[in-house]
Design a protein around this ligand. Structure first.
Ligand code: GRF
Length: 203
C-alpha cells in the first residue's frame, strides 16, 4: 500500500493495534497522534517504533490554533490518509478539508442510529434488537460522512454494555484494517453519499 497513514487515538488503541498488526496497513502507518499524553495508543505505537506524538489543545491559545498545529504535524510527516481510532476531539474544518475522502472514522453503531459518545449504551437503552459497526469517511459533521463499511451485531436478551461491546470490537478489529486497505489501494469511489468499492459487484 503506497500511502502514508496517520492514526489519531485518545484511548486504549485496540483498533490502532489491529491496524498495526495488519500486514498491509501496519507498514504504512507513519505516525500516531493522541490528545492524551498517557494514552495506551502511544505506547502501542512506540512498541512498533512508529513515531508517536502527544498534541493537546491545552498547549495552544485556541482550538483553531490547535487544529493548525495538528495539520502541520500531519503535513510534515507527509501523511496521505488519516484514520480516527477512538479520537475523542472533534476536528475543525481546517484539518478535515485537508484530507477530502482520505479520512476515516469507526463508530460502534449502525449510523445514523446512535451517534455520539455512548452508542453501545444508547442502543441497549433504546431496546434495539440489532446494532453494529460503521466505518465512514469524515466530513465536517460528527458521525456523519459517507458510509464505507457496515456490519450488524444482534443484541441478545442477556447482553450488558460489556458483553455487547466485546462482540462489536471483534468486528471493528476485522473491518477497520479492511477499510484502510480499500482506501489505501484507491478502491473507494465516492459519489455524493454513496461509496462504491471498486472490484465488488453491485457496490
Ligand atoms: C471504538 O469502539 C471506536 O469505534 C470508537 O472508539 C473506540 C476506540 O476503541 N470510535 P479503541 O481505543 O480502539 O480500543
Amino acid at each position: 500500500m503506497d500511502v502514508r497513514v496517520a492514526v489519531l487515538a485518545s484511548g486504549t488503541g485496540s483498533n490502532l493495534q489491529a491496524l498495526l498488526d495488519d500486514p498491509t496497513v501496519g507498514p504504512a502507518i507513519a505516525l500516531v497522534v493522541s490528545d492524551r499524553p498517557k494514552a495506551v495508543a502511544l505506547e502501542r505505537a512506540r512498541a512498533r517504533e512508529v513515531n508517536a506524538v502527544a498534541l493537546t489543545p491545552a498547549g495552544y491559545e485556541s482550538r483553531e490554533a490547535f487544529d493548525r498545529g495538528l495539520l502541520d504535524v500531519l503535513e510534515e510527516a507527509g501523511i496521505d490518509v488519516v484514520m480516527l481510532a477512538g479520537y475523542m476531539l472533534i476536528l475543525g474544518p481546517v484539518v478535515v478539508r485537508a484530507f477530502p475522502d482520505r479520512m476515516l472514522n469507526i463508530h460502534p453503531s449502525l449510523l445514523p442510529a446512535f451517534p455520539g459518545a455512548h452508542p453501545v449504551r444508547d442502543a441497549l437503552a433504546w431496546g434495539a434488537r440489532v446494532t453494529g459497526v460503521t466505518v465512514h469517511l469524515v466530513d465536517e459533521e460528527v458521525d456523519h460522512g459517507p458510509i464505507v463499511l457496515q456490519e450488524a451485531v444482534a443484541i441478545e436478551p442477556g447482553d450488558d454494555e460489556d458483553s455487547l461491546y466485546r462482540r462489536i470490537q471483534e468486528i471493528e478489529h476485522r473491518i477497520y484494517p479492511r477499510a484502510a486497505r480499500l482506501l489505501g489501494e484507491g478502491r473507494l469511489k465516492v459519489e455524493g453519499r454513496r461509496v462504491h468499492v471498486l472490484g465488488e459487484e453491485g457496490r
